[in-house]
Design a protein around this ligand. Sequence first.
Ligand code: DLL
Length: 432
Amino acid sequence: MDYFNPVEVLERERLEALQLQRLRDTVDRLYQKVPFYRKKLEEVGFRPGDIKSLEDLKKLPFTTKDDLRDNYPFGLFAVPMRDIVRLHASSGTTGKPTVVGYTANDIKVWADLVARTIVAAGGTQDDIVHVAYGYGLFTGGLGLHYGAEMLGATALPMSGGNTKRQIRLMVDFGSTILCCTPSYALNIAEVMREMGVTRDQIKLKAGILGAEPWTDEMRLQIEEELGISAHDIYGLSEVVGPGVSIECVEKRGLHVFEDCFIPEIIDPDTGETLPPGQRGELVFTNINKEGLALLRYRTRDISALDVSPCPCGRTHVRMMRVTGRTDDMLIIRGVNVFPSQVEAVLMQIPGVSPHYQLVVDRVENLDVLEVQVEVSPQVFSDEIKKLEELERKIQDEVQSYLGVSVKVRLMEPRSIQRSEGKAVRVIDRRKL
Ligand code: DLL
């Protein structure tokens, strides 16, 4: 078994000693350098040197996305701007973007983290890493790019879009690892079929897919269509970008690189820390970052932690696949619905494609959820009666799984907009 960095297999005791030292240094430094944190820490009576054990983390205040927005653009940086060598930003759907800054050393640590993720997914120096995440302010493209180079593999900086050209170069150059969102991977597979390019003509062996929620059902479909092993990669710009966690070959959760981030799961309503195995909101503390280090950052992503040993040998804790965010949960007539739940049901019904969208509206003061889903061309050419039957079947299955009635609209193949980055799954007309 290969690891890019031996820290991944450090015994727990030593790993925790490293975490404690790094946590203490980080908190003390933020207290000195970032007025926002000094104020927050003083409010809870914290003084430098107060971190005596990892348990003390629980006494520290949370950081939220609003804190980043309130200190826009550079207010939370812990170093002078002359030491920042790179900025990234996440657009966010409303308000100001969230801006993150990296020192030269941060870029190195980040590249090392991404190299580790590529190795965990089976990558080596011999791989051609096809990076189809967007290059730019988004951390996906440059994050994977630097990681591939750090590993000594060959980085192919495609960025997103121009799908036919992606496929042509994939064939000509023999790309072996595909990095993009899972929805874009499906889009690539579909365009491959349309171009008449078969699985045998490409050399892909693995996919490093993430940046949006997806299900195991979708994984199987991507693996089948592209002939690859698909690995879930998780990350967020505030914490570093891609490279926070990755599925190893066991695919039983994503190893969080605990030498750089301390993960916690909290109850989103009370803020109380939850034990391993329980689902709640993921919270990360940066312990190996200079430019922007966040204490107990509330991600709004929902997951659980698994501390059981992994056969791959990595000692770092695993987080379960992120099923959604506390803020993308739809409340339909009082029932909580996550888009990923609908996806899981749809993907089990034969003849239904993985291209779907949920449209929520309010009609006469009642929430109405319409599931728009494409069907395969064969199904679409069936007689009306059969289509109606399928519609009813989807409706029944989604309804019995979610516990709320939905409308189903079967859509013509290719009528739902294809994604080249993060897929838009929900259109909520109630807010418009
Ligand atoms: O999406 C970083 C990234 C790039 C991750 C490439 C993986 C691969 P942001 O644009 O800041 O950063 O968005 C972060 O995306 O809080 C989650 O809600 C969601 N997300 C990221 N990875 C996953 C995943 C990048 N594997 C936000 N599963 C996060 C589910 C994910 N959701």
